[in-house]
Design a protein around this ligand. Structure first.
Ligand SMILES: CC(C)(COP(=O)(O)OP(=O)(O)OC[C@H]1O[C@@H](n2cnc3c(N)ncnc32)[C@H](O)[C@@H]1OP(=O)(O)O)[C@@H](O)C(=O)NCCC(=O)NCCS
Length: 157
């Protein structure tokens, strides 16, 4: 059974671990080393703390299977634990993120996917998101904005 709930302070540790391992698995080979060096588990804990009120946790059979942070018209972070991958869980969680944004009167949602993140790109395309091209975004890091080329995906809600 799949269910979603608002994140709580007790979730910060487990979610930071999912974010940390998922980020390095998907990005270490495709982004500059300087960015990888900034993506420590401590940095993910800090960012979860900052955005906890916009973070939702996905549960699958009573286990945490992923989380998303959605705000300002953007699916800002989207991570699925290996136990949820390839199961349809990600699709259910993206539906949830879209519903959160639609309830905030967002008409066209967007998300950034690092150029070369082939699995995520295939997943977003299958779920009706459109790759509108490469855009340079300033990523949030503890050392200030870090410019990175990303694929900008959009979906009309
Ligand atoms: C991206 C993510 C949310 C997708 O969820 P998922 O459950 O793995 O997605 P699915 O298995 O349903 O679909 C993934 C697609 O990628 C394909 N795929 C699987 N492994 C792949 C790989 N190594 N390279 C390219 N494509 C791959 C699958 O066949 C599937 O394609 P299809 O729909 O055309 O059959 C999840 O893998 C994840 O959290 N990854 C790590 C973090 C991340 O990259 N987050 C997104 C940041 S923008």
């Amino acid at each position: 059974m799949i269910a979603f709930r608002q994140a709580t302070p007790d979730d910060i540790g487990p979610l930071a671990d999912i974010w940390n391992s998922g980020w390095h698995e998907a990005h270490a080979a495709i982004v500059p080393d300087a960015l990888t060096a900034l993506r420590t588990v401590h940095s993910f804990r800090d960012r979860l703390r900052d955005d906890l009120d916009k973070c939702h946790v996905g549960m699958r059979d009573d286990e945490i299977a992923g989380f998303h942070i959605s705000r300002g018209g953007e699916v800002y972070q989207f991570y699925v634990h290996p136990i949820g991958r390839g199961t349809g869980f990600a699709g259910a969680m993206l539906d949830h993120a879209e519903r959160i944004l639609a309830a905030q009167n967002c008409v066209t949602a967007w998300l950034a996917c690092s150029v070369g993140n082939a699995r995520a790109s295939a997943f977003y395309t299958r779920t009706g998101w459109v790759n509108t091209g490469v855009q340079t975004v300033d990523l949030d890091t503890s050392s200030g904005p870090f410019p990175l080329d990303v694929w900008r995906f959009e979906k009309r809600l």
